[in-house]
Write a protein that binds this ligand. Structure first.
Ligand SMILES: *Cc1c(COP(=O)(O)O)cnc(C)c1O
Length: 548
């Protein structure tokens, strides 16, 4: 057993009673004590890494919040705590943390603890820099350029622009903002009055809720985020999309944005991208693909098509390396097809119009916008506020490398180093093998579920690593699969989940969807998982649910 025991980490008598003000950076001479303190923290981290990779370890030591409060001492007091106390605090924190890197953790789209990516995150924390300018993060900014342009090539964009954002939800928001700016440039300055009418957007009823949230956050209102019905397997029905676009147009609204999901959060379904792209072209809508979840499969020749065929026709793509690719949290990217070199018509009109448009009607504003986007790129034109204390235009170096004014944040966390380091370690081939392995393990799980069809009911053949199923307890075995039986199976999910957490041996998620009540959805996105862990999952659910 490798459990973290907070009493196991003793500093020397000399260091134990020091306070933070007696080591670096306060004391210039405290190099040995500072090092001893940090070394001890690292011991705890390494023990935790061992525990995460030990199948005999529990995933969690569950306590209800009130009970947990009693087990922890979280108060901030008047006086400084000694270093030994801080060490105990670090160990205690990890003692009660859910081990999301444990091979029996199948609960979330981000599972696993990639060692190289983690090493990258440690370095990032130590470098402690902000990503807004080349001035203060030169190496990281160049890495960002290299990795993001590689990702755009993999998507199938020629050129383009990208940014790392704090999560897929924010990446989707960036897509929305860029789309609106490109099509209705007056909004940036004039707000809703700069719009020619009521905008509306479209997404499937299986989409991630962040898409609907864009519509609320950006002033459309959720009723103007139109939910397009999906088929049995969770894919958007293109004919329904077209019907709803026409319906909204008939009401006088302006359809401008369509979100397709490549890997839905619950079922792992892929919307038909080519058909949706055709409709976007026909009705002049921005075509965004939310591949936050499924994006990793772009790295696999075997699984990329037909799932994501047509993704290269999109205007923007959200892709979260912190999901299938196993980069540490957080790592999400948003990619745009449009960049500064693509719009040739704009270049031709340039000499006659110049940048000084005086009387701003909508047509001229659009032209000015085109020119601005041509010179600056879509992201910068959309989000730029030109803060003079950060983004001076008379700097020593090429300010094209300053990313800070492309985003709606000011500072940006360094999410690139851990991904860059991990990609170096894997190579393209390593990542491809990793994706193929996750899919192979998913196929194994499906096979095992089918082989035990008395105990498990597979809801659908998965397209991604999401496997949706019910557990059938003894008393319900052998009877026909009727709606009344489904109601019973659904009731069992929260009971088994509670038992999983109390026993600490397994974590698998459950949820209802539009078509069915509660069902289990396991996720295999951790590189630690093997066939024996998949068998453990199914056997453990059976063990916990025997008497239900
Ligand atoms: C997870 C997910 C998101 C949101 O990503 P966060 O990084 O959690 O904000 C968006 N879309 C899809 C399809 C997702 O699965």
């Amino acid at each position: 057993m490798t459990s973290i025991n907070p009493d196991n980490y003793k500093l020397s008598d000399k260091t134990a009673n020091l306070t933070a003000h007696e080591i670096f950076p306060f004391s210039e001479t405290a190099q040995p004590e500072t090092r001893e303190f940090l070394q001890k923290v690292i011991d705890i981290l390494l023990d935790y890494v061992n525990a995460c990779n030990d199948r005999n370890e529990k995933i969690l030591d569950f306590h209800h919040p009130e009970e947990m409060k009693k087990l922890l001492d979280l108060e901030i007091s008047e006086n400084p705590a000694p270093l030994q106390q801080l060490i105990v605090d670090c160990a205690t924190t990890l003692k009660y943390q859910v081990k999301t890197g444990h091979p029996h953790f199948f609960n979330q789209l981000s599972c696993g603890l990639d060692i190289v990516s983690m090493a990258g995150e440690w370095l990032t924390a130590t470098a402690n820099t902000n990503m807004f300018t080349y001035e203060i993060a030169p190496v990281f900014i160049l890495m960002e350029n290299v990795v993001l342009s590689k990702m755009r090539q993999i998507i199938g964009y020629d050129g383009g622009d990208s940014i790392l954002a704090p999560g897929g939800s924010i990446s989707n928001l960036y897509a929305f903002l860029a789309a609106r700016h490109k099509m209705f440039p007056g909004y940036k300055e004039h707000g809703p009055r700069g719009l020619p009418g009521d905008l509306c957007m479209f997404t499937s009823d299986q989409c991630h809720y962040s898409v609907k949230s864009c519509s609320s956050v950006c002033g459309l209102g959720t009723e103007n985020c139109v939910m397009v019905p999906s088929d049995e397997s969770g894919k958007m029905i293109p004919s329904e999309l077209e019907r709803l676009i026409l319906e909204r147009k008939a009401r006088g609204q302006i359809p401008f944005f369509v979100n397709a999901t490549a890997g839905t959060t619950v079922l792992g379904a892929f919307d038909p991208l080519h058909e949706i792209a055709d409709i976007c072209q026909k009705y002049n809508c921005w075509f965004h693909v939310d591949a936050a979840w499924g994006g990793g499969l772009l790295l696999s020749k075997k699984y990329r098509n037909p799932r994501m065929s047509g993704i290269e026709r999109s205007d923007s793509v959200t892709w979260n390396p912190h999901k299938l690719m196993g980069a540490l949290l957080q790592c999400s990217s948003i990619h745009f097809k449009e960049d500064t070199q693509q719009d040739v018509t704009c270049q031709m009109k340039l000499p006659t119009v110049a940048l000084t448009v005086k009387k701003e009607n909508e047509r001229e504003r659009k032209l000015k916008n085109k020119i601005e986007i041509f010179f600056q790129g879509l992201l910068l034109s959309c989000n730029q506020m030109s803060a003079e204390y950060l983004f001076m235009t008379d700097k020593l170096y090429d300010i094209g490398y300053d990313t800070g004014d492309k985003v709606i944040q000011c500072g940006r966390h360094n999410d690139i180093f851990k991904l860059w380091l991990q990609w170096r370690a894997e190579g393209d081939a390593g990542f491809e093998a990793r994706m193929d392995r996750l899919m192979e393990l998913t196929a194994y799980e499906v096979k095992r579920i089918k082989e035990q069809s008395d105990k498990f009911y597979l809801i659908m053949e998965p397209e991604c690593v999401n496997v949706s199923f019910w557990y059938i307890p003894r008393r319900l075995r052998g009877s026909p699969h009727t709606p009344a039986k489904v109601v019973e199976l659904a009731k069992i999910c929260p009971i088994i989940k509670a038992r999983m957490m109390q026993s600490g041996t397994l974590m698998v998620g459950y949820q209802p969807d539009d078509r069915r009540p509660n069902f289990f959805r396991s996720i295999i996105s951790s590189a630690a998982v093997t066939e024996k862990d998949v068998d453990f999952m199914l056997n453990e659910i059976d063990r916990l649910g025997q008497d239900l």
